[in-house]
Write a protein that binds this ligand. Structure first.
Ligand code: FAD
Length: 538
């Protein structure tokens, strides 16, 4: 018998491991996470947080806390632009205002919040929800069989080892995932194209930055190419450097042999003056790569986050994509572990998450080439899709979706145009619940949910009846019932249904099935659909 028995064992307790632990806890599943480091992130790293990630944080009650952290750290709605040097001012604007033109699609907004501020919140919420997190603890080996996964963990300080037995394991162990390597899962894509560095430094930059809505500033000149990110009150920042020297024929290994003096020179060059005192605080070495794992599951082991897809930071997509992996996987593990869904549901994780992962990798790569690397070939470069499509317009195709058009293989679309087509994120519409303004998205989360139009009673009655028979918790909502109203009258059209129609929405807020009208409403239809979606024999 193992020292520790737990339903889900998570390797890696950074952004994605912590998100997985938190979301499993939200669904009532116990987990054990081991993290090699002694605590949560000490470097800012990821900061650009998409609306989709914020929607997930809203679901677990963290939206407002994270927003406050963001307000402490960053100028709100900061932009993404390019300079030759900071002193010289802007030469190109990629995003003038982080939230320009996107407020209508979501009840929440994009923020910048750095990993060193976000991870403690994820950790706290995960622990409140019952997750066990062990820092300074390493997973040293694992084996899987048909019934579960056995692993050995080791406390770094004492050297004490323990055995763990879990039904499932999630590898959120980062870009150099040893779990992925051990499983022999290959990474496919463009490979590594720069040995980059991030220089964390202190300098009194307020006179250059204050008054501008600058959050991410690319520095593109003949000596170096990379980007700055600034935190309030502009006394500290980081400069990521991807290449140095002639942009047409650059040196792509910035990392090897780097000295503190050279780092200082790079920061001075990017700022454009020697007159501001600079103190180097830390240097992080990382590789810019664009690859996706060939599969995201091997038996009872799932890979998520940077272990599943690595991409350059251009676009701010990497961490967000990992959080979406965790969100996709957590409810599936919960329903299978509770016996409500067949194990086939878990086999939909890879088919659903790999295509958006690979698409996002290509989008980050295109942004890297176009913004940073004029030397790199543009042949076959994927055209840049709108950020909104990348962040929340990804489309799922799997056995956990009932498609309306079997030939539809779109990977992304504008979320304003999805209209609750099965496989897409359920759209946001403001509703009223008694005196409270809520989003349609606030109706989804813990369970499958049926949302019916104002004349969709046939569906709600059928759903209540059949869910009981299937033994699952199904949340049933109808516009005009139980104090739920649609003041703008926009909901049916936004969901592509008539007033008598209905949609079934999964716990991750993705539409699984849609009936545009009430014509075919029957308890049998609901039962069969739910059984299919849960990968259960009907
Ligand atoms: C300069 C920079 C800026 C970025 N900006 C953004 C941004 O704005 N937005 C965004 O979305 N993304 C951004 N990213 C990307 C983002 O940082 C990563 O995608 C994200 O950190 C990945 O999280 P992860 O949990 O998957 O992996 P990691 O953060 O790499 O964490 C993996 C963890 O697993 C642990 N581990 C590994 N093996 C073991 C083991 N055997 N036992 C125990 N623990 C183990 C490691 O210690 C590590 O803490 C940026 C990246 C960089 C470099």
């Amino acid at each position: 018998m193992a020292d520790i028995e737990v339903p889900v064992f998570i390797v890696g307790g950074s952004l994605v491991g912590l998100s997985t632990a938190m979301l499993l806890g939200y669904h009532g599943v116990r987990s054990l996470t081991v993290e090699y480091h002694r605590g949560t992130a000490i470097h800012p790293r990821a900061a650009q947080t998409s609306q989709r990630t914020m929607e997930i944080l809203r679901q677990v009650g963290l939206e407002q806390i994270v927003r406050r952290k963001s307000e402490e750290q960053f100028v709100q709605d900061g932009g993404v632009l390019a300079v030759e040097t900071l002193v010289g001012g802007a030469i190109a604007h990629y995003i003038a205002d982080l939230n320009e033109g996107v407020h209508d699609v979501s009840p929440t907004a994009r923020v910048f919040v750095a990993q060193d501020a976000l991870e403690p919140q994820l950790r706290k919420r995960a622990e409140e929800l019952g997750a066990e997190l062990r820092f300074a603890t390493e997973m040293v080996s694992f084996e899987q069989d048909t019934l579960g996964v056995s692993a050995v963990i080791r406390e770094r300080d004492t050297g004490k080892t323990q055995t763990v037995r879990a039904q499932y394991m999630v590898a959120a162990d980062g870009a150099y995932s040893r779990v992925r390597e051990r499983l022999g899962i290959r990474m496919l894509g463009h490979g590594t194209f720069s040995k980059s560095i991030t220089i964390y430094f202190r300098a009194h930059l307020a006179p250059l930055i204050e008054g501008h809505k600058w959050a991410v500033v690319y520095a593109l000149n003949r000596q170096l190419r990379g980007f700055f990110r600034f935190e309030k009150p502009f006394e500290k920042a980081f400069l990521a450097v991807n290449t140095v020297g002639d942009p047409e024929n650059p040196v792509t290994d910035v990392s090897t042999g780097l000295t503190e003096q050279r780092s200082l020179e790079l920061v001075r060059t990017a700022i454009g003056t020697d007159s501001i005192p600079i103190a180097i605080e830390n240097i992080m070495h990382w590789q810019a790569a664009a690859d996706t794992a060939e599969v995201l599951q091997d038996g009872r082991v799932f890979i998520a986050g940077d272990a599943a897809h690595v991409m350059p930071p251009n676009g701010g997509f990497g961490g967000n994509t990992g959080v979406q992996d965790a969100h996709n996987l957590a409810w599936k593990l919960a329903l299978v572990l509770k016996g409500f869904a067949g194990p086939g549901l878990l086999s939909t994780y890879g088919p659903e998450r790999r295509p958006p992962g690979a698409f996002t990798v290509e989008q980050a790569y295109s942004r890297y080439v176009l913004r940073t690397a004029p030397n790199m070939s543009r042949d076959g470069l994927q055209p840049v899709a709108p950020d909104l499509n990348v962040e929340m317009g990804y489309v799922y195709h799997s056995d956990a979706i009932v498609p309306e058009d079997r030939n539809d293989s779109r990977v992304h679309e504008n979320p304003r145009e999805s209209k609750a087509c099965p496989g897409t994120r359920a759209p946001h519409v403001w509703l009223q619940r008694r005196r409270e303004q809520i989003s349609t998205l606030d109706l989804f989360g813990r369970n499958f949910a049926l949302l019916a139009g104002p004349e969709g009673k046939a569906w709600t009655e059928a759903a209540r009846d059949r869910a009981r028979l299937l033994g699952i918790d199904l949340d049933v909502h109808k516009i005009g019932e139980n104090g739920l109203t649609d003041p703008s009258g926009a909901c049916p059209a936004a969901y592509g249904i008539t007033p008598t129609g209905a949609v079934l929405v999964r716990p991750d807020g993705f539409v699984a099935w849609r009936a545009k009208t009430g014509d075919s409403a029957s308890a049998e239809r609901i039962k069969g659909t739910l059984a299919t979606l849960l990968c259960r024999a009907s």
